[in-house]
Design a protein around this ligand. Structure first.
Ligand code: PLP
Length: 335
């Protein structure tokens, strides 16, 4: 089955397969200019000394709404036609994509409906409501959020923007790695948090263009290694919703478009345990004075695991987000 057939069904049989490219990432960067923050690239001299390497952190925990997801959401919504803006946007998300869509819709003056799990982090729910979105709840272990969201679109004419498997979304996400590489110049390796693959596939487009010899690693939770399994099998594997503290990487299946880009360009996918994520959260909090959510710790956790092989390297680490409420943060740090 061809890619577009997988994505859009048999109706797309005669369409040309066209994956997004670095041009789309650059176009996204222009739409985001003056709207998204150009987040800082920071270093720890202590860590550099310990690893015998140079590590550059791209701090998307300091992005608007607290995660890189603002980039993809705003890039997608800013391209709506006037009629689409009037009807508004629908999506599903366990958190950060919801906030990203809600904030982008508010900036662009369009209505947003978000299908969210009833057990979503309270801070993420409150933020989504705070940006003026309409929230519809579902059970993440029982119901299909995408089906609920698409049902809304069918009935009310809104446009569905998925959290990762969309050309405009992943092109927007790629602007974070693009900015990092613009600031650092070529890198030897780049470590990227991985859920449905929007951030990783966008990062791959940027790295391939700006630092073609850079090894790019995706990092997913041990409990949910569906991308690792998918690469081994050569096709997308669906797993039960993984139980992990990395709530931004609980997607049961990688996207069709994102997987196509990942399988062509990724160096490898690594996994880390929840305990390793907590160790990294503690290190970020104590040493760097940064709040990083568990999913945002995936990249550093895998880098530390691989560190002996990385001596002498110039290394990029994307910190994907910082949204965690204080109660959960203290609970995990004291665990
Ligand atoms: C969504 C998210 C991820 C995973 O991104 P994908 O594009 O789904 O792979 C990682 N970290 C954070 C903080 C996120 O919100």
């Amino acid at each position: 089955m061809g890619l577009l057939q997988q994505v859009f069904g048999n109706g797309a049989r005669h369409c040309q397969v066209s994956l997004p490219t670095f041009d789309d990432v650059q176009a996204a960067a222009q739409r985001l200019a003056g709207v998204a923050h150009r987040t800082p690239v920071l270093q720890s001299s202590t860590l550099n000394r310990q690893l015998g390497a140079e590590v550059f952190f791209k701090c998307e925990n300091f992005q608007r709404m607290g995660a890189f997801k603002f980039r993809g959401a705003f890039n997608a919504l800013s391209q709506f036609t006037p009629a689409q803006r009037l009807a508004g946007v629908v999506t599903y998300s366990s958190g950060n994509h919801a906030q990203a869509i809600a904030l982008s819709a508010q900036i662009l003056g369009m209505p947003a409906t978000i299908v969210m799990p009833h057990d979503a982090a309270p801070l993420k729910l409150a933020a989504t409501l705070g940006y003026g979105a309409n929230v519809v709840h579902y059970d993440r272990y029982q119901e299909d959020a995408q089906a609920i969201a698409q049902d809304f679109c069918a009935r009310e004419g809104q446009v569905f923007i998925p959290p990762f498997d969309h050309a405009d979304v992943l092109s927007g996400q790629g602007t974070a790695a693009m900015e990092l590489l613009q600031d650092t110049g070529p890198l030897d390796s780049l470590w990227v948090c991985l859920g449905g693959g929007g951030l990783l596939s966008g990062s791959l487009l940027a790295a391939k263009a700006l630092s073609p010899h850079c090894a790019v690693f995706g990092v997913e939770p041990e409990a949910g290694n569906d991308v690792q399994q998918s690469l081994a099998k050569g096709e997308r594997v669906r797993i039960p919703t993984p139980v992990t503290i990395a709530d931004g990487a609980q997607s049961p299946q990688v996207g069709a478009i994102t997987f196509e880009i990942i399988r062509r360009h990724v160096t490898a996918v690594h996994t880390v345990s929840d305990a390793q994520l907590v160790d990294c959260m503690r290190w970020y909090a104590e040493r760097m004075k940064w709040v990083v959510e568990p999913t945002g710790c995936l990249s550093l956790a895998a880098l530390l695991q691989a560190a002996p092989a990385l001596r002498g390297q110039r290394i990029g680490v994307i910190i994907s987000g910082g949204n965690i409420d204080s109660q959960r943060l203290s609970q995990l740090l004291n665990s």
